[in-house]
Design a protein around this ligand. Structure first.
Ligand code: FES
Ligand code: FE2
Length: 351
């Protein structure tokens, strides 16, 4: 029985982290129905700039059109399903399918198909690339595969308001990224990212970065996320002052401080595989003279991400070993995890 009376609720069952069928339901019912980060604005400054990625297992790309707007499409050619773009990111004059050269404009219209002539049996208008919704917020480009999902700002809920209390990414410069993969279910990483209970045990080198009781979890229904107002003691040479840490369901991490902004795209790659891509923005004027200090912050994050992923991978192995079915959560220490797991239950039904 699932306890939700506030005493000590049960965790999600182990099978929710290991089962192929549940994973497939998550891909289709959760990941394909939410907004997903795919690119940064600075990767898409000029017409023809593109970024490819996978969303809910579907290859997609975003491109800057000639009128300055962003467009997103499934990366699937309407001829024989070839990949339109094969590089992870770059620049192109037109969208030129990599298989037989069908050519599309940046609005997805088919403009050239060698060997096909427009006529009674072939109308290029019937072979438009499959569109994907795309929107931008705070320097980050998001896509959504589902037409029924609310717009990005409504979907972000309280996050868009919280962001107004911090410097926008537009006032900063993109500095660096950290990309790592690990052998854990995406929800384990989410469960972990919404509690600081593990901090002193897992992050021993940085355990003093946050003041004692300096991170209290606040569940937000409007936007479906767990937020933490964080009081940082010291981070490297910086005192970043108050910060705000957000883990938004299904799994994107957004972090504001008075000094920097960073965001982590979390991509499930299978029931027990996840990829983290963490982007860092710093104030433009700091990029040169405080390069070393900014680099140290990135290195600290890299360490933290690795420690989190390592412990999650060990939990994953234990869940797969079959002894453990469910545990209990502490409302005092893990209110974020309790809320986050309730969002997973809500999204997937009772399981
Ligand atoms: S699959 Fe794209 S041109 Fe053939
Ligand atoms: Fe952690």
């Amino acid at each position: 029985m699932t306890r939700t009376d506030g005493s000590h609720p049960e965790t999600l069952p182990a099978s929710w982290y290991t089962d192929d069928d549940i994973y497939q339901r998550e891909v289709n019912d959760v990941w394909a129905r939410n907004w997903t980060v795919v690119a940064r604005e600075d990767q898409l400054v000029n017409a023809g700039n593109f970024v490819c990625d996978e969303v809910a297992g579907r290859p997609v790309f975003v491109v800057r059109a000639k009128n300055g707007e962003l467009r997103a499409f499934h990366n699937v050619c309407r001829h024989r399903a070839g990949p339109v773009l094969r590089e992870a990111a770059g620049h192109c004059q037109r969208l030129h399918c990599s298989y037989h050269g069908w050519t599309y404009d940046f609005d997805g219209g088919l403009v050239m198909a060698p060997g096909f002539s427009k006529g009674r049996e072939f109308d290029p208008d019937d072979f438009h690339l499959f569109r994907v919704r795309v929107e931008s917020w705070n320097g980050v480009v998001w896509v959504c595969l589902d037409d029924e999902t609310p717009g990005l700002i409504e979907w972000l809920g309280d996050i868009a308001e919280i962001a107004k209390g911090f410097p926008p990414a537009a006032d900063m410069a993109f500095f660096d990224e950290v990309v790592i993969e690990g052998a854990a279910n995406w929800k384990l990483y989410g469960d972990n990212g919404v509690e600081f209970y593990h901090g002193p045990f897992v992050h021993t080198a940085l355990k003093d970065a946050v003041e004692p009781n300096g991170a209290i979890a606040a569940p937000h229904e409007n936007g479906k996320f767990v937020g933490f107002e964080v009081k940082y003691a010291q981070w490297g040479e910086h005192s970043p002052g108050p910060g705000y840490w957000i883990l938004k369901f299904p799994c994107v991490l957004i972090h504001f401080t008075t000094f920097d902004f960073n965001l982590e795209q979390v991509t499930p790659l299978g029931p027990n595989r996840v990829r983290l891509r963490h982007w860092f923005w710093f104030p433009k004027e700091d990029a040169a003279e405080r390069r070393e200090a900014c680099g140290q912050i990135v290195a600290d994050w890299r360490l933290t991400m690795g420690e989190d992923l390592d412990i999650c991978a060990e939990v994953q192995r234990n869940l797969e070993a079959g002894m453990y079915e469910t545990g209990r959560l502490s409302p005092e220490k893990e209110p974020g995890t309790i809320f986050y797991q309730s969002l997973a239950r809500e999204a997937l039904g009772s399981g």
